[in-house]
Each structure stands twice: as structure tokens, then as C-alpha cells.
Design a protein around this ligand. Structure first.
Ligand code: DGL
Length: 268
């Protein structure tokens, strides 16, 4: 059982930024990854649609023998993690924008959050602010259109930079010195973003924290694998070839990708 794989999913390639952190923290664990690229972006979908997709993907990963699940998507966590935890009896790790560490890091007392519309509008995000923002002012900024470029492996082009400039401008004007990358796709444009910002601006994401949380859950439950890890298995509900093409850049290795055997793009 301990050598069983960990199932990780996202609306597309964004969760690979989390998968990389998991691989680094837990090199003996076998990993499986589902990119729901046939339905990306989740950011503009209704919570019901995202719950439906998340349930189907979780069921699939369980059928493939997953011992634990990581919802490597802030938007899907906001819409579906509570639902998944009610339905499925295995450890499920979700992720949310790093409001707590950002509130501790800011010196100006003003923090910006880049995330999807779905995350920013969710009750879970409102509760997160209530719990951790304290006296810190939080300015939120949805980033429509950005995920689509990242899906194609376009991480630092003039049009990506133009979008990043548009989205960060209101945060900088408001006096933010700390910006939360509240979507798992965004760490992939971190170098482009950093080069547009003054050196004093701190960017924070949650991938490494999620990997640590997964590790501590597995340790507590005595579910850590002794290894060796098998090569990561990938599925996409979009074009498997497209995911294969971006794997060397976004995952750092080649990988074979299969078509997810249910729920192609026409379902929604
Ligand atoms: N990567 C996802 C997140 O962390 C969502 C991107 C999208 O599909 O809109 O929120």
C-alpha cells in the first residue's frame, strides 16, 4: 500500500509546478498526474462544473490505485475539496493562496493576490482572508487569459509580459510589496513577472508548502513509500501530444501522456 502512487490533478499544466515540489520533497513516491486541459480554464467555470470534473478525476485516480490525492489547483480546491473529502476516504491535500505567509512578510501592510476569478469569488477565499489577513490590506486581481498562454508553454513572450504588466499595475499602485501567486499556473511565469517588478517586491506561492503538508500527512499516517519511485504517469483530457510537448519545460523531463479515458472537452 505504501508503494501505491499519489494522484495529483489540475485544470491543466499548472499543477506541474506543485508536482515538481512533491518530487523534490518525496523522491521515493510514485506519482500520477491528470491535466484536465480539455476543460481549462477552471477559473471562469461555475463551482458545480468544477465539482463535477473534480469528482470524476478523483474517481479515476482512485481506480488507478492512488493512496492519496493532491488537488494541485487553487480554483478546484475552493470549489471541490470539501466535497471530495466527503465522498472519498483517503488523504486529500488541497491548496489555497498564501495569505498567512504574505501577511507576515509585508512591510507596507498591503498584499496583492493574483488568482482566478473562481478562487477570488469563493467563500473559501473569503474565510481565508477573515482568518489570516488581520490588519493587512489585501488587493485582489483576477488574471483572465494568462492561463491559456501558460498551457501552451508560452511563459515569457511580449503578450504574456503585457498581461502581467496589466495585472500587476493596480497592485503596485495600491502600494503592495508582497504578491501572492494564487494559481498553480503562475509560478511558471515567475521569472517574467520578477523581471517586471522592482527588486523589493516579494512573490509568494504555495507549491513547496503543499509538498511539505503532504509529506507530514503521509508520515503521520505511516504511508511513506520506501521507493524506488516509478516514472510519473500522465493523462490529459485535452491533446496528450500538447502536454508531452511542454513536459520538458514545465516538468523538466520527457514523459508519456495518455488520453484521459472519460469526459472529453464536449461534456461541459
Ligand atoms: N491552476 C489553477 C489554479 O490554481 C486554475 C487555472 C484555471 O484553470 O483557470 O487556480
Amino acid at each position: 500500500m505504501n508503494s501505491a502512487p499519489i494522484g495529483v490533478f489540475d485544470s491543466g499544466v499548472g499543477g506541474l509546478s506543485v508536482l515538481r515540489e512533491i518530487r523534490q520533497a518525496l523522491p521515493n513516491e510514485s506519482l500520477m498526474y491528470v491535466a484536465d486541459s480539455g476543460h481549462v480554464p477552471y477559473g471562469e467555470k461555475s463551482p458545480e462544473q468544477i465539482r463535477e470534473r473534480s469528482r470524476s478525476i478523483a474517481r479515476f485516480l482512485l481506480q488507478q490505485g492512488a493512496k492519496a490525492l493532491v488537488v494541485a489547483c487553487n480554483t478546484a480546491t475552493a470549489a471541490a475539496v470539501a466535497d471530495l473529502r466527503e465522498i472519498y476516504d483517503l488523504p486529500i491535500i488541497g491548496m489555497e493562496p498564501a495569505v498567512k505567509p504574505a501577511a507576515q512578510a509585508t512591510r507596507t501592510g498591503i498584499v496583492g493576490v493574483l488568482a482566478t476569478t473562481g478562487t477570488l469569488q469563493s467563500a473559501r477565499f473569503a474565510a481565508l482572508l477573515d482568518r489570516f489577513a488581520g490588519s493587512v490590506k489585501v488587493i485582489t486581481q483576477p488574471c483572465p487569459g494568462l492561463v491559456e498562454y501558460i498551457e501552451q508553454g508560452e511563459l515569457d513572450s511580449p503578450r504574456v509580459r503585457a498581461l502581467l504588466q496589466t495585472f500587476t499595475q493596480p497592485l503596485l499602485s495600491a502600494g503592495c510589496d508582497t504578491i501572492i501567486l494564487g494559481c498553480t499556473h503562475y509560478p511558471f511565469v515567475r521569472p517574467a513577472l520578477q523581471s517586471l517588478l522592482a527588486p523589493g517586491i516579494t512573490l509568494i506561492d504555495t507549491g513547496a508548502a503543499v509538498a511539505r503538508q503532504l509529506q507530514s500527512r503521509l508520515v503521520t499516517l505511516d504511508m511513506i513509500s520506501a521507493g524506488p519511485a516509478r516514472p510519473c504517469q500522465f493523462w490529459s483530457s485535452g491533446d496528450p501530444q500538447a502536454l508531452s510537448c511542454v513536459l520538458p519545460t514545465l516538468w523538466g523531463e520527457l514523459g508519456s501522456v495518455e488520453l484521459l479515458p472519460f469526459g472529453g472537452a464536449k461534456v461541459l
